[in-house]
Design a protein around this ligand. Structure first.
Ligand SMILES: [Zn+2]
Length: 184
């Protein structure tokens, strides 16, 4: 792999997430060393020089339990941490201005190439992870740049999902389908 190709591969893993503010050493506004202040019931990283305070907030994300006409479920194997190498549902962080529905559709398409139709909301899990039920036409998934693999799985042979919220969403989806499954 040439250096340029290596750089293209390396960049997303570095830029994937800004380190949480609790790990910052210096004020992002003025460069002074941060210290800890007790504010609104908890310790916060704060700047003694300019008054900057880092308020930690969740990163909203959305994804979907996507089923094809045969009832198989779409999963992806993560390329980047957290949980690199492990399987989860397709989904990801919201872009500014997106609805949760738009995030879910865009992320599934980016990670798997599969175009989905949302059916309904499965739930909103900690911390602001929104999961939908969705369906798609039968099509071969194509792994996007941020996943190692994308594949359909029979519900009985699904891989272990690495995030608790994804396991919860999948369990809800499976419980809803059980009446249908017993008919077939
Ligand atoms: Zn400062």
């Amino acid at each position: 792999m040439d250096a340029e190709a290596a750089g293209r591969d390396a960049a997303p893993s570095v830029l994937w997430r800004m380190p949480p503010g609790r790990d910052w050493l210096h004020c992002p506004l003025c460069g002074t060393g941060l210290s800890e202040r007790h504010l609104d019931g908890g310790p916060r990283r704060a700047c003694p020089a300019c008054g900057f305070v880092y308020w930690e907030h969740p990163w909203p994300a959305a994804g979907a339990v996507v089923a094809d006409p045969a009832g198989r479920v779409l999963c992806v194997r993560r390329r980047f941490d957290p949980q690199a190498g492990n399987w989860c549902l397709p989904g990801g962080l919201a872009d500014p201005g997106e609805s949760a529905q738009q995030t879910a559709c865009r992320e599934v398409r980016e990670e798997t190439g599969v175009v989905i139709e949302l059916e309904d909301l499965l739930g909103v899990f900690a911390s602001y992870i929104v999961a939908f039920a969705a369906r798609a036409e039968a099509q071969e998934p194509v792994a996007g740049h941020d996943v190692l693999a994308a594949a359909w799985f029979e519900p009985r042979s699904l891989p272990e999902l690495c995030f608790p919220s994804h396991r919860e969403a999948l369990a809800l989806w499976l419980a809803r389908r059980r009446p249908d499954a017993s008919v077939g």
